[in-house]
Design a binder for this molecule. Sequence first.
Ligand code: AVJ
Length: 331
Amino acid sequence: MRTEALANKRFQFYNMGVQAHQHIFARDVAYGLAAPQKWLPPKYFYDERGSQLYEQICALPEYYPYRAEREILSTYATQIHAEIGHLALVEFGSGSATKTRHLLAAYEWAGRPFRYCPVDIAREILWDTANRLLQEYSHVEIRAIHADFAGQPEVIQAFQLEKKAVAFFGSSLGNFTPQESVEFLQRTAALLGPEDVFLLGIDLKKSPAILLPAYDDAQGVTAAFNLNVLHRMNRELGGRFDPQNFEHLVLYNYVQGCIEMHLRSRQAQRVPIVNIEQVVSFGKDETIHTESSFKYSVDEVRDLGYQANLGLRRTWFDARRWFLLALFRPL
Ligand code: AVJ
């Protein structure tokens, strides 16, 4: 871990395990593309271009989850802040923190110093966002961690916080399988003290007539977001993918209760990836499964919590009840 020495006393930036990223990306690609159902971890969407595309997705008319959660955070910021009680706010997958701002504003209005501790895999966005927040909020003190927290929520121990509220917004938990979600929550719960809280923003089950367009928008931004991972493999791993030879595919998996995104090969083709000394063969219509986005019911969310020794204490919804913000406390 390296802490960058910065003049600003209100700001600390930690880099954790970032040097190894390229090596891990190569390993994950080699492993995923050798499987019978080819797949890639969705976290690799978020290079600089991918992060920008995700911001664009959030502005799409079809992509309701972002606005639904923002509605909840803006409508109930004061209530949520009162419930949390000015604890240091740790956020997994903070991104540009635009929704979180509503909650941070409630902290700021309290007129007392507070600590915001964002954790994200996208370095540029994390850095820029932290700097912007420092300018906007005079009472905020920021400690940021650049890390891949997915398999290791323990990275937040670097913050050395006695009491904290840990937030996981944006329905990002939905990218984990239910089994991975329970494990992530268990390991996160193990980091919580008796007075700490866990805040989870999660997308709820609803008709595929609403879900499918949210992941297959008319402007093709989500398609570009999906295809961007091919560009990333070309750039970072010497891949020879022609993105024109793949198409964006979205389906709702009723059995598992998740949206699935795939990249479908338009033709039979062989694609070299130089840096991993592999040639990947595709049949016509064969897919790479690039993302699952699990949708939950309120009961399923409560049950997820129980399995991790977290008790559901408060729920907040948007007006359409499409999205849930859940507050848990250790049991
Ligand atoms: C960032 C995980 C919330 O699953 O809705 C958006 C990512 N993928 N459009 C989601 C995403 C395609 C998103 N999360």
